[in-house]
Design a protein around this ligand. Structure first.
Ligand code: MSP
Length: 644
């Protein structure tokens, strides 16, 4: 039978985004859906990738002294390894620096220009000269550059624009006619009422102020500005605009673009309009999930509350992290990541419910049946409740996933796990084991438990793949297809179980919390250290040459009366003596300086400090917090030498 195609995408990530648990969330959710669709018989294309162009990347690369491509190559390798750690089963990874993507985007831009949807005009905004960035009024923070905090000024640059308004009515109609197009429902109204109905502004789609982007083929001053480049990935990855379009023909339109709510506008307004202009069918659905918050709100580096998924996986394993993200965050709304709730959930749902069910079942089979799974030969009515629930659960799970309700799907599976645990308490196998005449009944109970575990394992394989494999190994099951869940008989009696390690050891909550806090403090310190002070506004060599720096020798030094921080130095410039007042008393005793060579800003306008004349300034290197200071040492250069 020919499988039905299913195409799911995540956003393509900015390499500068410094991936945290929030970004990881989108991809873990997409992975669960992709795995589930594969499990239930679809031919899946699961796309993810990286969005590598833009001014920010260019600037970071310049600061690091590497090319933008070298910079992104390194980060992309890190992102791919994160996805490996998180067990992400993507089918294709697109990079917007891939040749086929660049070519297709250039053709798309040209086509839109040729047909009159893109036109040239000028872009006016707030410009930050040191950052070379344009900002809109709303992006400014207190009227200043949101990146560096310096003043901005109104500026204009030539740019291409996309005529968004031309397609607005068609898009409104599409959204109204296809209630499933924007999900969850509340986000649909936000898009219609806040953006579409009040009228769309044309979108600026090129820039001339930086060049790390896809060049406009017919106007080489311009690079294509992010969204046309980024959004097109969903079709270029399938070969659109290139020779082999077989994947495009098979998988487009996408079944779902899974994204965070912050980029919903781009996906539900700009993207469909671009597609309409290209005469390409629209994706079937765009699902905007909520934010993953931490205590204290949004994650941010400066608050030191960014949760690093790799540290979590190292500490707890991958499936607890996946479980928490998928089960505890209501899919579609904001959710909280909290260490304590996370650890308690591992203990209750994974260690207690699932882990215990497995270890109790295997231990009893080992003890009472020499590790061989017995046949279910002595059924009783009480079994039906468990069996019926097992048979009903896959149907519930599938319905929940069809509605993109991932937490509900997991809840249904955990209901079955809970029911199986209750079944142990009801049937009391340890009492049955005491009576030889109840051996067959005991065997039936244990068979039902193994089969329930098999059901759970097949169903969780989409969400917790590693755990599912571990369960299969211990119950020694190779019957792992979704279809095998239509009957409660997939386990083969006579098979030997393999008792293995406890799949989720219980965690000491207090001890682990303090360990995590220590780790957080360490990371905070590390990032603080790495945070570089912004470089001041650029100057020319001519500006610099105005400063006259000279090697001078300290020939006398004493404190300035009544000023704890100041020293008064007498310095010899090689032919001229001067008095200089310097705020270095906390770091040097007068006698340590006498006889030392220093570097003096010799043409600084003299000032009086605490009534003392200061004819110049001594160069020193210091930490921001007044912790350390060192007077710059010119070595044994002759007094009076010029420093350039
Ligand atoms: N490059 C664009 C997407 C282009 S798609 C054609 C981008 N990249 S991103 O790296 O900044 O974000 C990637 C995804 O992470 C987005 O879906 C964003 O919503 C999501 N998240 C970023 N922080 C998040 C949370 N704190 N919580 C949940 N999702 C978060 O945007």
């Amino acid at each position: 039978m020919c499988k039905k195609p299913y195409y799911i995408t995540t956003p393509i990530y900015y390499p500068s985004a410094n991936l945290h648990i929030g970004n990881t969330y989108t991809t873990v959710a997409a992975d669960a859906l992709a795995r589930f669709k594969r499990l239930t018989g679809y031919d899946v294309m699961f796309l993810t990738g990286t969005d590598e162009h833009g001014q920010k990347i260019q600037r970071i690369a310049e600061e690091k002294g590497v090319t933008p491509k070298e910079y992104v190559d390194e980060i992309v390798a890190g992102i791919k390894s994160l996805w490996e750690i998180m067990d992400i089963s993507y089918d294709k990874f697109i990079r917007t620096t891939d040749d086929y993507h660049i070519k297709a985007v250039q053709d798309i831009f040209k086509k839109l220009y040729d047909q009159g949807d893109i036109y040239k005009d000028s872009y006016e905004g707030w410009y930050c000269t040191p950052c070379e960035s344009f900002w809109t009024e709303t992006q400014l923070v207190d009227g200043k550059c949101p990146d560096c905090g310096r003043p901005v000024e109104k500026a204009k640059e030539e740019a291409y624009f996309f005529k968004m308004s031309k397609y607005a009515d068609r898009l409104i109609k599409h959204i109204e006619d296809h209630p499933e197009f924007i999900q969850p429902e509340s986000r649909k109204n936000e898009m219609l009422n806040n953006f579409l109905r009040p009228g769309l502004q044309d979108l600026c789609v090129s820039r001339t102020s930086f060049n790390w982007g896809i060049p406009v083929t017919f106007d080489n001053e311009h690079v294509i500005y992010v969204w046309i480049d980024a959004l097109s990935n969903y079709i270029t990855a399938l070969g659109y605009g290139n020779e082999d379009t077989s994947l495009y023909e098979r998988f487009w339109p996408a079944d779902v673009h899974l994204i965070g709510k912050d980029i919903l506008r781009f996906h539900t307004i700009y993207w469909p309009i671009m597609l309409m202009a290209l005469e390409v069918p629209l994706p079937k659905q765009v699902f905007g999930h909520g934010w993953l918050l931490v205590d204290g709100g949004k994650m941010s580096k400066s608050k030191g509350n960014v949760v690093d998924p790799v540290a979590l996986v190292n500490s707890f394993g991958v499936d607890p992290v996946r479980y928490y993200l998928l089960k505890e965050i209501p899919f579609g709304s904001d959710g909280l990541f909290n260490n304590e709730i996370f650890i308690k959930k591992i203990n209750s749902d994974l260690a207690n419910d699932l882990g215990n069910l497995l270890s109790r079942t295997i231990t009893m089979i080992e003890k009472y049946f020499d590790s061989v799974i017995p046949a279910p030969t002595a059924k009783e009515d009480i079994d039906n409740e468990l069996i019926n629930l097992a048979l009903a659960t896959p149907v519930k799970v599938q319905a929940a996933i069809d509605d993109l309700k991932i937490p509900e799907a997991l809840e249904a599976i955990w209901d079955l796990i809970g029911r199986a645990n209750k079944y142990i308490d009801e049937t009391t196998p340890w009492i049955l084991a005491k009576d030889e005449s109840k051996k067959e009944r005991l065997g039936t109970v244990l068979y039902n438990l193994v089969e329930s575990l098999r059901f759970a394992s097949v169903m969780i394989s989409a969400f917790l793949p590693t755990t599912s494999s571990k369960i299969n190994e211990q119950i020694n099951s190779e019957v792992t297809t979704w279809n095998s869940l239509s009957a409660f008989d997939g386990t083969s009696a006579g098979t030997k179980v393999n008792k293995g390690a406890v799949i989720f050891p219980r965690i000491d909550v207090e001890a682990k919390l303090s360990e995590l806090e220590a780790l957080r403090q360490e990371q905070l310190k590390a990032t603080e250290k790495k945070e570089m002070k912004p470089i001041k506004e650029e100057i020319t060599i001519e500006d610099f040459e105005k400063i006259d720096l000279r090697v001078a020798k300290v020939i006398g030094c004493e404190p300035v009366k009544g000023a704890k921080k100041l020293l008064k130095l007498k310095v010899d410039l090689g032919g001229e003596e001067r008095q200089v007042v310097s705020g270095i008393a906390q770091y040097y005793k007068p006698e340590e300086l006498v006889g030392k060579s220093i570097v003096l800003v010799a043409n600084l306008k003299p000032v009086k400090l605490r009534g003392e004349l200061s004819q110049g300034m001594i160069l020193a290197a210091a930490t921001d917090d007044d912790g350390k200071l060192f007077v710059v040492d010119p070595g044994n250069l002759e007094t009076g030498s010029v420093v350039r």
